[in-house]
Ligand binder design. Structure first.
Ligand SMILES: [Zn+2]
Ligand SMILES: [Zn+2]
Length: 208
């Protein structure tokens, strides 16, 4: 992997990689996941995820056989974990406890809520993504009361790796990233007072 990390972080990444597979395997053994249809997820890490712990992106391939009404499919998935979150929180006591829940949360997304999932609208999908089958998988993995949210406001600020000092109000603000090329931020503090202070890319610098 091309990402540069310190040995402690590497250890966490290896743990998450293997635990993702172990949890996948447990769900298969229990019959919650079907090994013939759902392939073991590929695990990735990213520093560009803002304030989510992880994501589970699935791809489904349909095969139709001549004359058969049945449609079978193969599901592949990529689970991506937030490397900035790991780096910022590794030495906090609650880190490992939450880590296990994060891994279970993403692995549980491998369950198919329903074929109809892909025809549902966005709001339904969000619900279906954490529907009864997802909950069942979470509970089987030992998370008694699964929480739907993977955004944790407590960690949000820690994950803002950039900051700028507004030239007008002189207040420091934390942000997730530099503004895109040819774009600027507008200082929210000045804006509240009816002043538009533009923050160019050059004013935004990495703080961690
Ligand atoms: Zn989720
Ligand atoms: Zn300002």
């Amino acid at each position: 992997m091309a990402l540069k990390v310190n040995p402690d972080i590497r250890e966490v990444m290896d743990y998450m990689d293997i635990q993702t597979w172990i949890k996948y395997d447990k769900l298969c053994e229990e019959g919650i996941l079907d090994r013939d249809i759902i392939e073991p997820p590929v695990v990735k890490f990213s520093r560009a995820m803002e304030n989510v712990y992880g994501t589970c992106q699935r791809r489904i391939t349909f095969h139709e056989y001549d004359g058969a009404k049945d449609v079978i499919y193969i599901q592949t998935a990529v689970i991506t974990y937030n490397l900035v979150h790991i780096e910022q929180n590794l030495y906090k006591p609650e880190f490992w406890e939450k880590l296990d829940e994060t891994i279970s949360h993403e692995v549980s997304h491998l369950v198919m809520e329903h074929f109809r999932y892909y025809t549902l609208n966005a709001i339904d999908k969000a619900f279906r993504g954490h529907g009864p089958k997802w909950k069942e998988a979470m509970q089987f993995l030992g998370i008694a009361s699964p929480r739907v949210t993977v955004n944790n406001p407590d960690f949000a600020k820690d994950m803002m790796a950039f900051a700028y000092k507004c030239p007008t109000c002189k207040q420091e603000q934390y942000v997730y990233k530099k503004p895109p090329k040819d774009k600027v931020y507008v200082c929210p503090i000045c804006k509240e007072m009816g002043v538009r202070s533009y923050i160019s890319r050059e004013l935004v610098h990495r703080v961690r």
